[in-house]
Design a protein around this ligand. Structure first.
Ligand code: ATP
Ligand code: MG
Length: 415
């Protein structure tokens, strides 16, 4: 018999959100729906604590696996199981279990784990395990049933109106659906750390609005191309709304001409934070995020973080502050940004850098250096000259559609 192919999408944290649960589920559903654009999907339903993705008739196993793989990377998804929908009928459950097990590839042993969430299905789960297990043993005589250490789990779920059977089931990235925690401006360089920081914010439900400071016109635009490539990787799972590219080179030059070399980096960073904050205000974002990790480089000592933070009224979130470089690299590899970030690009980080930057900046000294500079004008100019790149994000509408300043974001309704 031919059954309807489905993906069952499981989530953990969303389920814990009490009365907000429905809006979280809807946010996840809309994100998945938009990100599966182009795949053969019929519709997506909410069913008791899970989402059910209906795949078009005639879709191959390979394409079904691609659909599952795409869903696994979407924030909010704890697990995806790929299999078939059946009627509430033992014969059909057995038949579908045989078909789904035949598709998973090499295995030596399996176990059937059946559940019914309504006792109105006459058969107990233990009996279903036994019956379906016996059927599969007949169908695959050279495979063993193992209670522990099995290769494949055949999941069988019977709910009020249907049965679901699957043998391919993989863990997702977890977290919360993008758009459920408001907007955050993230400082995105072409380095290894900030793409991971941006992704982590998205995985906690924020819509990242990225800001990149390029060394242009004092350097080439290479870092901008790399950041655009990074943004496209994030876009794949709905983890970036848009990107502001800010040509920063001339301002660094100005700073480098009037500030003692030791303090240049801290001055650049204070200006970057101010610009990010101005963009956050314009975007109605609730804070900014960086890829800083305590002590990793000179600008990331607690003293320097303190001095840089003084320009901020909005919160600065640092999702990597306690992470080791190796952990960050692992995340970047998994995310798919590591190879892009490993390419060399001159950006504002490499421009007008002192030989030995201050590691313990003092606020009064920094304020005195800044005093004669027209910082507020610079911030306005930099924001005005920022170039905006839009990315497809189900939780964030492009600016153009709403006029430059007042973007009515879908995500705001879920704050
Ligand atoms: P990354 O790998 O993210 O570039 P890093 O180890 O090079 O970080 P820093 O250069 O001190 O460290 O930068 C710390 C953080 O400041 C970055 O993670 C990023 O959030 C922000 N940042 C640095 N350079 C830029 C830039 N050119 N554009 C936007 N943000 C930047
Ligand atoms: Mg860097």
């Amino acid at each position: 018999m031919e059954f309807q192919r489905i993906c069952l999408v499981h989530y953990h944290e969303i389920g814990l959100k009490g009365h907000n649960r429905a809006s979280f589920e809807m946010r996840l559903l809309r994100n998945i729906e938009a990100l599966l654009d182009g795949f053969p999907i019929v519709t997506i339903h909410r069913i008791s604590g899970r989402l059910l993705v209906f795949i078009k008739e005639g879709t191959s196993w390979e394409v079904a696996c691609q659909i599952e793989d795409r869903i696994l990377g979407i924030p909010g998804v704890a697990r995806v199981s790929c299999g078939y929908k059946t009627h509430r009928d033992l014969g059909e459950l057995c038949d579908a279990a045989g078909q789904t097990l035949a598709e998973v590839g090499d295995f030596d042993s399996f176990k059937v784990v059946a559940r019914r969430n309504h006792t109105d299905f006459e058969m107990h789960s233990m009996d279903m395990n036994r019956e379906i297990g016996a059927y599969l043993c007949d169908l695959f005589p050279d495979k063993k049933v193992k209670m522990k250490g099995f290769d494949v789990k055949v999941g069988v779920e019977v709910i009020q109106s249907a049965g679901y059977v699957y043998a391919r089931s993989l863990p997702g990235v977890g977290g919360l659906p993008v758009g459920s925690s408001g907007k955050i401006v993230t400082l995105l360089s072409s380095g290894i750390d900030s793409p991971v920081a941006t992704w982590r914010m998205a995985r906690r439900g924020a819509v990242p609005i990225a800001v990149h400071f390029s060394g242009r016109p004092q350097t080439s635009a290479t870092s901008e191309y790399l950041v655009d490539d990074i943004a496209h990787v994030l876009e794949h799972t709905g983890c970036i709304g848009r990107l502001y590219v800010v040509p920063f080179g001339d301002y660094q030059r100005e700073i480098s001409l009037s500030v003692p070399p030791k303090l240049r980096v801290i001055m650049y960073r204070r200006l970057m934070f101010r610009v990010a904050q101005a963009i956050a205000r314009k975007e109605h974002a609730k804070g900014i995020a960086t890829g800083e990790s305590l002590g990793q480089v000179a600008s990331q000592t607690i003293d320097n973080i303190f001095v840089t933070n003084q320009v901020m009224e909005l919160p600065v979130l640092r999702p990597l502050i306690g992470s080791d470089k190796q952990e960050i690299i692992r995340d970047a590899q998994q995310l798919g940004t590591f190879d892009i970030s490993s390419q060399d690009a001159p950006d504002c980080c490499t421009l007008f850098m002192p030989r030995s930057p201050e590691t313990h900046a003092k606020l009064p000294e920094v304020l005195a250096c800044e005093e004669p500079l027209p910082i507020d004008d610079w911030v306005q100019e930099l924001v005005a000259h920022a170039e905006v790149h839009e990315y497809a994000c189900p939780a964030c509408k492009p600016l153009k559609a709403h006029g430059a300043d007042r973007s009515s974001e879908e995500s705001e309704s879920a704050d």
